[in-house]
Design a protein around this ligand. Sequence first.
Ligand code: UDX
Length: 433
Amino acid sequence: MRLVVLGMGYLGAAHAACMASIGHEVLGVETDPARLAKLKTGQLPFYEPGLTDLLNKTLDSGHLVITNSYSEAAAWGDIFFIAVGTPQKRSDPSADLSFVDAVIDELVPQLRHDALIVGKSTVPVGTAARLSERAAALSDKVTVEIAWNPEFLREGYAIKDTLQPDRIVLGCVENGSAEQTAREIYEPILNTETPFIVTDTSTAELVKAAANAFLATKISFINAMAEVCLAAGADVLAIAKAIGYDPRIGHRFLRPGIGFGGGCLPKDIRAFMASAGELGAAEALTFLREVDAINMRRRNRMVSTASDSCGGSLLGKRVAVLGAAFKPDSDDVRDSPALNVAGQMQLQGASVAVYDPRAMANARLLFPTLFYADSVDQACKDADIVMVLTEWSEFVNLDPVVVGRLVRARTVIDGRFCLDKRRWTDAGWEYRI
Ligand code: UDX
């Protein structure tokens, strides 16, 4: 089957390479010249374990071709996946759908045969219906069907989450061709008994919003428990462990720390609240405001803990920040709690040295005024305080005795609850969370 993937960012590149790897002919469309040049030579503009290999394998086999031409795509493809970004608007918390709309405006007038367009991007409920009307107005000679097939992939697990997903959700119109087509496209995946949920487009759009809202709520719940534990002198890790054994709760997404960031959860819960407001159902999601507030409070609390550890002021103090990515095994710094904390401390007068194994280049672009060290050792040299803000295994496995020889004062703040407290205190460190 000839599949076109429109937008070769994180989601699109993973989807295109994975679909090519299961035997489809795939044309990836990327209009950004720098990204296009990289992708065409088998390089990814971001870090994702295993994906560079898969990209090269599928480019070499000829199953995947990359272009910037919508006219080529329109003439060639049978099914068109929308995989462009839906960032938070600069002016308000709702989703910016201009990239999604632009795909329809660019593609549909160039179609010369009937087509199925399948959205994968995260969008507010009602988008597929709105795009159907938009497409109909742009196509007088051909019929365009729009379906929605939300993506649940996590950075760091893009290939696994695409080829062995927990479930596939498809929102489509009754009596259309989308369900049968999706069954054919995903046949090797569905053959492994992956649950396949077919619904209307509004429900499919809401499944994604609901999933991310639930995950964000789970993290903020355990972080709220962390606040209570701090006040009570109790152990939040033991609480997470104990409640997680209840299968109705589960252990995953119960790790406390400086909270969630990245290009999805923060913007998606805000867009969800905005969308509920537009639907007249704002009250239903007011709890998400609290989820967001708990999350943002974690960052501020980290800064206060650091200031407190330095005797009440960060002025003139040297702070080593270990971690810049929003989570380990990623070079993504979008809404990264680690960088947010680093930036706040610098604004309070600290000299902040940041080190991350992968995310230095992106961090430099986003926060150019911070100092970026070449190694853990350089970051920690003469530090008054060491903060672990992304749980890379390099940091989790640090030897506190060795690091202890580099610093001015042995105070460590474990922003991800990832260090072995006993090891650090035994090595003479004051350990704080
Ligand atoms: C998320 C969803 O998991 C995915 O299904 C969706 O498609 C896109 O958004 P991703 O942004 O890659 O994926 O990251 P995820 O692994 O979900 O982590 C999000 C944030 O939550 C990270 O900052 C992480 O550090 C934090 N987190 C996660 C916690 O603080 N505690 C946890 O227990 C889990």
